[in-house]
Ligand binder design. Structure first.
Ligand code: 13P
Length: 246
């Protein structure tokens, strides 16, 4: 049985006062649902101190373990600050920082080398969806962004259609199911049944308390990567509850 994952990505939001929202989530994880918050890196260490049973993750890392990379943070540093997860390949980083699949794979390998779990993000643009290229695009991203050596412990895959992020638009239940079953099948053919069956697949893009239950009922959806609705415990709490019930 895969342990489900309710993951919050705070993006570039939050100063010390936001830690109260995190500490309010203490006690929400359970044997069947893991809760994770990825605050900005400035809050990682303090977040670890107030998180209780909530796991802490980072939103990006450099591919190298150390060196002359002004302003960057390595996976061992993030581990040292209390992170156990690192998001790699978020579409905002692919767009804002020109991160290719090869860069995402190198970062994901660095996450693994530091003993952490990578949440590798993939997803199509609206134009790619409208021209019928969704499965081809995400199949290529998956193949080239995930290094060899994936396991259920070191890899989570997040499907985040770019057009659904922060827009209030959500794919249909059928579309989410189609992509997640495709991703599972791709993982099975590359890593085999046992490993692929242990890797968690998250949906991300405008997940809210109002739509969480129907998304979590979709086969092969093992949780969510939530942006805006993870910033307040009063929004994220009901999403965690919906996942716990699913
Ligand atoms: P929203 O939930 O704000 O649409 O963001 C999704 C996302 O990008 C999470 O990584």
């Amino acid at each position: 049985m895969r342990r489900k994952l309710a993951a919050g990505n705070w993006k570039m939001n939050g100063t010390q006062t936001a830690l109260a929202e995190l500490s309010a989530l203490d006690g929400t994880s359970s044997p069947t649902v893991e809760v994770l918050i990825c605050p900005p890196a400035t809050l990682l260490h303090a977040a670890k101190g107030v998180a209780g049973d909530v796991a802490i993750g980072a939103q990006d890392c450099h591919a190298a373990a150390s060196g002359a990379h002004t302003g960057d943070l390595s996976a061992p540093m993030l581990a040292d600050a209390g992170a156990t997860y690192v998001i790699t390949g978020h579409s905002e980083r692919r767009a804002d920082h020109g991160e290719s699949d090869a860069i995402v794979a190198a970062k994901s390998q660095a996450v693994w080398d530091a003993g952490l779990t990578a949440i590798v993000c993939i997803g199509e643009s609206l134009e790619q969806r409208d021209s019928g290229k969704t499965l081809t695009v995400i199949g290529t991203q998956l193949a080239n962004s995930v290094p060899d050596g994936a396991t259920g412990a070191n890899l989570v895959v997040a499907y985040e259609p770019i057009w659904a992020i922060g827009t209030g638009k959500v794919p249909t239940i059928h579309q989410i199911g189609e992509v997640h079953q495709f991703l599972r099948a791709e993982l099975v053919s590359r890593f085999g049944n046992d490993i692929a069956g242990a890797i968690r697949l998250l949906y991300g893009g405008s997940v809210k308390p109002a739509n969480a239950a129907e998304i979590f009922a979709v086969k092969d959806v093992d949780g969510a990567l939530v942006g805006g609705a993870s910033l307040k415990a009063s929004d994220f709490g009901p999403i965690i509850a919906a996942l716990t019930k699913a």
